[in-house]
Design a protein around this ligand. Structure first.
Ligand code: PLP
Length: 391
């Protein structure tokens, strides 16, 4: 019998996709399902970006691009980062990737050997749990506790570091908690990273989806950090371009070099006309994206108040991204059972907390990248579902 490579044995398909398939199946059977499961904008990509892609195709921009990306795109990305995050990147310190997922893959595969340890937050976006295992690395978690508003407990994080620790991952704003890491935390982590000679991966994919006038600082801008930081960002969320698969890595040349070679050996490069659309996304008027963020903020307020008005469940107020991480512990059922029940009986798709970390039992992620009206309806369905559970 032909067997998969050993490295793939511990890499199941995402549980999120499984739940989404079930939700789609139920919809196809005629059920009215509200999807609070998937983490993607419910908006179409803004027209000015779509038109740029169409023009690029019409103009014959359909050939192989340079492996690290089209120079104009790398230049615009460097400019944007330096302006908004106070970093000091040159265009040749930018690599264009097939989405941030690809950036995660390149960073982990280029630097982690078998047995190396990677420290990731719990909870975290699931690719950070599985990709290191494919590399044979060991995943260790540092806690983001609800009591601290999902900030990092520096002592706890430091206590997880061993001589084998090579990489630490920061996600700000975080998926699934929506928390932004504060500047003091970033400073403390930079000191720990320098002292222990660690690579820091900072995932800033939700950087522009923030509320209450908040801003997201980048650890890459702190003294001594550019040379050990791999900054990941992309176009999927803010520009509503999940299906286009466009992202980027910013880092010093020394760190970028193996990742660029791995791009060549994995996908050759990101798609040419999508990169041209990316150039226009950054150069054009992004008011449609700003409007989306305003609307996410309105929905954030709605879901935050709605969830906390239901006796037995609660969540903290997210500062960014488009998720609430709901505490269901007092209901006395597993988050898996809760999600199955709420989907099958109430027609609302949500994701169990353990998908985001082994210790996240008792939590459920709900995405508010859905219409205001649907969120209103979903809250009422969840309210009656929870009341029935308590009977
Ligand atoms: N990083 C985080 C924190 C995410 O939440 C996601 C998607 O949900 C990704 C990366 C993947 O993004 P992309 O669509 O650019 O691959």
């Amino acid at each position: 019998m032909i067997k998969q490579a050993k490295r793939m044995e511990d890499a199941p398909l995402s549980k999120i996709r499984e739940i989404m398939s079930r939700a789609t199946y139920l919809s196809e059977q005629g059920r009215d399902i509200i999807n609070l499961g998937i983490g993607e904008p419910d908006y179409e990509t803004p027209k000015y970006i779509v038109n740029a892609m169409k023009n690029a195709v019409d103009e014959g921009k359909t050939h192989y691009p340079p492996v690290p990306g089209i120079p104009q795109l790398r230049e615009s990305i460097a400019k944007k980062l330096n302006k908004e995050s106070h970093t000091l990147y040159t265009p040749d310190e930018i690599l264009v990737t097939n989405g941030v997922s690809h950036g995660i893959f390149l960073a982990i595969m280029s630097f982690l050997n078998e047995g190396d340890e990677i420290l990731i937050p719990s909870p975290a976006y699931l690719a950070y749990m599985t990709t290191p295992k494919i590399a044979g690395a060991v995943v260790k978690y540092y806690d983001l506790t609800e009591e601290s508003g999902y900030q990092i407990d520096i002592g706890n994080l430091e206590s997880q570091i061993t001589p084998k620790t090579k990489m630490i991952v920061l996600i700000s704003p975080n998926n699934p908690t929506g928390t932004i890491l504060n500047e003091d935390t970033l400073k403390n982590i930079s000191k720990i990273a320098i002292k222990n000679d660690l690579i820091v991966v900072t995932d800033e994919i939700y950087k522009e989806i923030v509320y209450d006038g908040k801003e997201v600082a980048s650890i890459a801008a702190l003294p001594g950090m550019k040379e050990r930081t791999i900054l990941l960002n992309g176009f999927s969320k803010y520009y509503a371009m999940t299906g286009w698969r466009l992202g980027y890595i910013a880092s010093c040349k020394e760190l970028l070099d193996p990742m660029m070679r791995l791009i060549f050996y994995s996908v050759t490069s990101a798609n040419t006309f999508v990169q041209w659309a990316g150039i226009e996304a950054l150069a054009g008027d992004d008011n449609p994206c700003k409007d989306m963020v305003k609307e996410y903020e309105r929905r954030r307020n709605l879901i935050y108040e709605g969830i906390n008005s239901i006796a037995g469940i609660s969540c903290i107020k997210p500062e960014g991204a488009f998720y609430v991480f709901v505490n269901i512990k007092s209901l006395g059922i597993t988050s898996n059972d809760f999600c199955n029940y709420i989907l099958e009986e109430c027609g609302v798709a949500t994701i169990p907390g353990h998908v985001f970390g082994e210790q996240e039992e008792g939590y459920v992620r709900m995405s508010y990248a859905n219409s205001y009206e649907n969120i209103e309806k979903a809250i009422e369905r969840i309210r009656s579902g929870v009341e029935n559970l308590k009977k």
